[in-house]
Design a protein around this ligand. Sequence first.
Ligand SMILES: *[C@@H]1O[C@H](CO)[C@@H](O)[C@H](O)[C@H]1NC(C)=O
Ligand SMILES: *[C@@H]1O[C@H](CO)[C@@H](O)[C@H](O)[C@H]1NC(C)=O
Ligand SMILES: *[C@@H]1O[C@H](CO)[C@@H](O)[C@H](O)[C@H]1NC(C)=O
Ligand SMILES: *[C@@H]1O[C@H](CO)[C@@H](O)[C@H](O)[C@H]1NC(C)=O
Ligand SMILES: *[C@@H]1O[C@H](CO)[C@@H](O)[C@H](O)[C@H]1NC(C)=O
Ligand SMILES: *[C@@H]1O[C@H](CO)[C@@H](O)[C@H](O)[C@H]1NC(C)=O
Ligand SMILES: *[C@@H]1O[C@H](CO)[C@@H](O)[C@H](O)[C@H]1NC(C)=O
Ligand SMILES: *[C@@H]1O[C@H](CO)[C@@H](O)[C@H](O)[C@H]1NC(C)=O
Ligand SMILES: *[C@@H]1O[C@H](CO)[C@@H](O)[C@H](O)[C@H]1NC(C)=O
Ligand SMILES: *[C@@H]1O[C@H](CO)[C@@H](O)[C@H](O)[C@H]1NC(C)=O
Length: 439
Amino acid sequence: MKQFLSRMEWPSFVKALLWGLLVFLQFHQHRGCFHEERIALLELKAFLKSNIIHADVLPSWMDDAKSDCCSWERVTCNSTNSHVINLSLYNLNHDPYYYENRDHHEYSYYENRWLLNVSMLVPLKELKSLNLSANSIGGCLPNEGFEKMSSLRNLRILDLGYNYFDNNSILQSLGAVTSLETLILTQNKLQGYFPAQELIALRNLNKLDISWNYYNGSLPLQGFERLALLPKLEILNLGSNSFDWSIIPSLSGLASLNTLSLGGNHLGRCNTTTGFESLSRLANLETLDLSDNYLNRSIIESLPAIKSLKNLNLQWNEIRGSFPIKGISAFENLEKLDLSHNWLNSSLRIQGSESLSRLENLETLYLSFNHFDKSIIESLSAVKSLKNLNLASNYMEGSFPAKELSAFENLEKLDLGGNGLNSSLTIQGNERERHTLKF
Ligand SMILES: *[C@@H]1O[C@H](CO)[C@@H](O)[C@H](O)[C@H]1NC(C)=O
Ligand SMILES: *[C@@H]1O[C@H](CO)[C@@H](O)[C@H](O)[C@H]1NC(C)=O
Ligand SMILES: *[C@@H]1O[C@H](CO)[C@@H](O)[C@H](O)[C@H]1NC(C)=O
Ligand SMILES: *[C@@H]1O[C@H](CO)[C@@H](O)[C@H](O)[C@H]1NC(C)=O
Ligand SMILES: *[C@@H]1O[C@H](CO)[C@@H](O)[C@H](O)[C@H]1NC(C)=O
Ligand SMILES: *[C@@H]1O[C@H](CO)[C@@H](O)[C@H](O)[C@H]1NC(C)=O
Ligand SMILES: *[C@@H]1O[C@H](CO)[C@@H](O)[C@H](O)[C@H]1NC(C)=O
Ligand SMILES: *[C@@H]1O[C@H](CO)[C@@H](O)[C@H](O)[C@H]1NC(C)=O
Ligand SMILES: *[C@@H]1O[C@H](CO)[C@@H](O)[C@H](O)[C@H]1NC(C)=O
Ligand SMILES: *[C@@H]1O[C@H](CO)[C@@H](O)[C@H](O)[C@H]1NC(C)=O
């Protein structure tokens, strides 16, 4: 042996060894995930184990050379190059209540906050999607925040919802991850003024969800108007915070918006609705959610008739009186309208209901939990496009309004339940089969 490895032969032996190693690595890579990504995932597992209460964290992530990390649970690799592209690390505690509702979340059995070390994810260079929702994360370790992810050029989707993030400085660090298209921060503990300014470098951002936090406004000149710099922002969810009407003008410059959710705020708790007129500049808006906002009837006059609007949600407000025919008819392209859980009634025998025929695309109309009597049905028959009508839990009495309903040519679904109508059905022949009727 000694003789064989003479001085002259050392280099070629080393060369052969290196060559063999290279071939082995190459082979190894083609069979499964990359060595450094596998090591990073194993370190991540050890870190998660020290923070997550659940006894068995990611059992398939095994520290065994034969175990291919692309086959591990909650890991997806690119099938061509075997890089890890998707980590679905939501609810590692398997808490059955997490996604059910906010109250359960508040009192989650597993509440024990811990701090994330974002650096541990940096070796996953091709990561596209990271879901860390529902894990009781309370923030990041000092100097180990999301700015570390700025080197992950492909990261498009980041879900941090249902955690305990409570420091607005997280937004500054997220502002460095410029590849992001979807950023979800729903159901956290963020509060005070929303620092929109911190996100203006996210030029690819398409969807921002900060619903179910405790935000109550934005600072002048640092508020939502700054997001007008994001040309691809289409979906903005500000629902279930404590925003009042004063943020409305700052939203009017977000010209790319398709969906704006403002439900569950305090928009009507003020003495003006004039700001709403500025929303007329949202020329691409198709979905607007203003539910549960203490809004009264004047909102319908104040809202500009946005031509692009298809879906308007005004449920759970304080809209009183007769069906607001004039205001609603102006939304000519509406496909879905939800006015349920208000105080509407059939007071004035509705006049001018013909103008409702302008709503040629309205297919879904929810009017449940109001005070309508049966006369509303005749007025609504002007809406020829209606397919789905919900009038449950109103003030209708007596016989089933079969004659009035026969005027609805396209109706497929009707709910008249909870009205005290008696069930003497006189509806014709196969009508009942054609429709889904509930009463
Ligand atoms: C990531 O993987 C999960 C399943 O593990 C899948 O449900 C999800 O759609 C994937 N996300 C993306 C963006 O591919
Ligand atoms: C997988 O990698 C190939 C080559 O690098 C790339 O072209 C492709 O878009 C990737 N696919 C996904 C789903 O990331
Ligand atoms: C975070 O993780 C990185 C990579 O594993 C490590 O080098 C660093 O020490 C960790 N930071 C803290 C504060 O533990
Ligand atoms: C993250 O996972 C949860 C639970 O499966 C899911 O509800 C949520 O939509 C996921 N987030 C994204 C952005 O896909
Ligand atoms: C929020 O985070 C910043 C930066 O990490 C820190 O300086 C500040 O003290 C934190 N604020 C609170 C209230 O914890
Ligand atoms: C907004 O919330 C912050 C922090 O909770 C509070 O200090 C401030 O008074 C609130 N402002 C308004 C207008 O309610
Ligand atoms: C209306 O609200 C503004 C700001 O909230 C306040 O300054 C003004 O005094 C209020 N006016 C009335 C008549 O209540
Ligand atoms: C309706 O709300 C607006 C704005 O909040 C307010 O100015 C008006 O007085 C309210 N009208 C009624 C009848 O309460
Ligand atoms: C309808 O609602 C209006 C406004 O709340 C009220 O003044 C009127 O008395 C109601 N009419 C009926 C028949 O309940
Ligand atoms: C249903 O109500 C109508 C009108 O109040 C009444 O004429 C009819 O007898 C009732 N039918 C039944 C089965 O109670």
